[in-house]
Design a protein. Structure first.
Length: 229
């Protein structure tokens, strides 16, 4: 499988970066108590921090709002997923456990302040391309409604769009039957590739400690716009 970063994104934001973690032979199940407890404590501490520093002033959230606007989307109407999660916590509407893969994905998104999607590789058809949404781009999302992705970064396969930093589709969602998954990190454009590599390795290691299996990482940039996994 090849994963490519389209010039529709890097021509507007030259430092646009996508982090990739490919997991194989994983076991997805109910989150262990350690993850549930750590996530709850993290949210409680984050709630206290957000009383002093608004969500939109958090460095990662702020940078992604800027990128969102630069790409042409309304950052107030279509909030990226990391901001949406953080706004929930600011209202003490804490995230409840779903399953281990989604729970960790949300934890990473809060920790690194970037949108992250995780997808069942066996439900992806062919190669993946990340590009900028057009007028007709959209899908039925995990939020239960059709979502337009005009001027929003999104991922597609041979069947069409399946993921974005806004909301993901139902079609490629990870379940407790998933054994092979791809995680896409919409990395902060200002962060160096070296730091991004460290971030991906830290996340991959923690995910594998919970789910078993193996993982590999890669980064897509304007200069390195395609990888094969």
């Amino acid at each position: 499988m090849k994963i490519s970063l389209d010039t529709s994104l890097t021509s507007i934001v030259p430092t646009f970066k996508i982090g990739i973690i490919h997991y194989t032979k994983i076991i997805v199940a109910e989150s262990p108590q350690m993850i549930k407890g750590r996530t709850q404590l993290y949210q409680e501490n984050l709630f206290l921090e957000l009383q002093e520093q608004p969500v939109t002033e958090r460095p990662g959230i702020k940078e992604w709002r800027t990128a969102w606007k630069t790409l042409g989307a309304d950052q107030n109407r279509y909030r990226h997923s990391a901001e949406s999660l953080m706004r929930r916590i600011a209202k003490q509407n804490y995230l409840t456990p779903f399953h281990s893969a989604v729970d960790l994905n949300n934890f990473f998104s809060l920790q690194y302040e970037v949108p992250i999607g995780i997808y069942d590789t066996n439900l992806i058809d062919g190669n993946i391309t990340l590009s900028l949404g057009e007028e007709e781009t959209g899908y039925e999302g995990l939020n239960g409604r059709y979502n337009s992705l005009k001027n929003i970064a999104y991922s597609r396969d041979a069947k069409g769009p399946f993921g974005s930093p806004f909301v993901d589709s139902k079609r490629t969602a990870v379940t407790e039957n998933t054994t092979d998954a791809i995680q896409l990190f919409y990395l902060r454009p200002s962060v160096s590739e070296e730091e991004c590599t460290e971030l991906l390795n830290a996340a991959g290691k923690m995910f594998s400690q919970i789910h078993g299996g193996d993982y590999t990482t890669a980064i897509l940039t304007k200069e390195q716009a395609q990888v094969e996994i």
